[in-house]
Design a protein around this ligand. Structure first.
Ligand code: GLN
Length: 423
């Protein structure tokens, strides 16, 4: 069979291709020289499959897309408290290069605007690293997200440094507020080197998929950063990743995302997929015009909005009936699907209705494919309370969805493979 996804991607790319609106970034001379017609897109699944179409193997500089990844590195290198003390998590509603700091503390509002990202760069690696070692720490970390050794574009880097007056001004302000502690110039140089790392659209999709996959690179299998860090990074991408277009993006596309001025754009859909696009012409917010159109299409075609409400929990209780009669009767609650809090609450309510005359109760998990931590605790609490009420509780759990069930104080369950054996 011909693979479906590349055909779909090619079709969507064809639809947005004619749109030549917007301009490549002009303030970095070397970027202004980029071919504006380039167009590529890639999907990387958390199962490790990468689909690329168009110019998905062309290298370009990562620019601001490095920001969420450097933030992840800083959080795992220095811990949440020390990073949050210096960089906030509030959307700024302003342009990426706005010279704005929190009025009372002098902290940059978030790690996605330049002020925050320059500070974050200074917080990567151990405190005593020299500037070159810090850049190496970041390059090594970005490479782990991509699953291959990345390198820098020295020409773009030199070109950006020549016109980096605004970023230098921001860094000096940060130094004035004591947010940066070292000499501002090498920090800005390090940040600019970080922005000059070369990636392909495929690399970016894999980097995004690593975020979507709880921090584990789906190609290399490496756990690049801890899960708690990923949740923090995705939250900040969702609220701040698209700068002053973040609200429009959150409502219309609904995928945690980050754009870069070279024309790259990534989105990470937790538990599903990493998406990347490349098209250098930018809109007035500095986001890729055709990239935004592609993401709008992907989101609506594939129902990828994170606020899309999942199928209701009511389906968790498949049936509830009594088999047999008299003292040997067995009450069976057959459960199904994936169980989270809301599903477990349904089970609790069903259990409340069980009359005390039905002594034997079986909770059948045969068709349950997943159960999260809170749901597991609630199901075990159901078992405990039923035991205390005088019931005999059986868990039908042939695949050990709940391994070593322990209902705690006064509770008791007997695990069986099939409820037929009980009748
Ligand atoms: N290096 C660029 C800058 O600091 C990154 C900005 C961006 O990609 N939005 O201006």
């Amino acid at each position: 069979m011909r693979p479906i996804i590349p055909d779909y991607l090619a079709e969507v790319l064809g639809d947005v291709e004619p749109d030549a609106s917007g301009e490549p970034a002009g303030y970095i001379p070397e970027l202004a020289a980029a071919d504006p017609d380039r167009l590529g897109a890639a999907f990387a699944t958390i199962g490790g499959e990468v689909y690329g179409v168009g110019d998905s193997d062309i290298e370009f500089t990562i620019q601001s897309i490095s920001k969420p990844f450097a933030y992840a590195l800083a959080l795992s290198d220095r811990g949440f408290d020390s990073v949050l003390a210096k960089v906030g998590v509030e959307p700024s509603g302003e342009a990426f290069n706005e010279i704005s700091l929190e009025s009372d503390t002098g902290r940059p509002l978030n790690p996605m605007i330049n002020a925050g990202a320059i500070t974050v760069h200074s917080l990567t690696g151990a405190e005593d690293l020299n500037p070159a070692e810090r850049v190496e720490r970041v390059l090594h970390g970005l490479s782990a997200f991509a699953g291959r050794r990345l390198r820098m574009d020295e020409a773009v880097c030199a070109s950006e440094m020549e016109t980096a007056h605004r970023n230098l001004a921001i860094a000096h302000m940060l130094r004035g507020h004591g947010i940066l502690t070292g000499d501002p110039r090498p920090i800005v140089e390090g940040y600019v080197r970080q922005c000059s790392v070369l990636v392909t659209t495929r690399d970016l999709a894999v980097m995004a998929a690593t975020l979507a996959n709880r921090g584990r690179n789906p190609l290399s299998g490496d756990q690049v950063v801890p899960e708690t860090v990923v949740r923090q990074v995705l939250s900040v991408m969702f609220s701040c990743g698209m700068y002053d277009a973040a609200g429009d993006w959150a409502t219309q596309v609904g995928i945690p995302a980050k754009s870069g001025v070279a024309g790259g754009l990534i989105g990470a859909l937790p538990g599903q997929i990493g998406i990347a696009t490349f098209s250098p012409r930018l809109d007035r917010h500095g986001n890729s015009v055709r990239g935004v159109s592609l993401f709008e299409r992907f989101s609506s075609d594939m129902g990828l909005h994170v606020m899309e409400v999942p199928a209701a929990a009511r389906a968790v209780v498949r049936s509830h009936h009594v088999v047999g009669s008299g003292p040997g009767a067995l009450r069976v609650l057959r459960l199904q699907g994936g169980i989270g809090f809301a599903g477990a609450e349904r089970i609790v309510r069903e259990a409340e209705e069980i009359p005390s005359s039905d002594v034997r109760v079986a909770l059948d998990l045969t068709r349950v494919h997943s159960i999260d931590d809170v749901a597991r605790r609630m199901v075990l609490e159901v078992a405990r309370r039923l035991t205390l009420d005088g019931h005999e509780v059986y868990l039908v759990d042939p695949e050990s969805i709940i391994p070593d069930p322990d209902p705690g104080d006064g509770g008791r369950v007997t695990v069986v493979d099939t409820w037929n054996a009980l009748t």
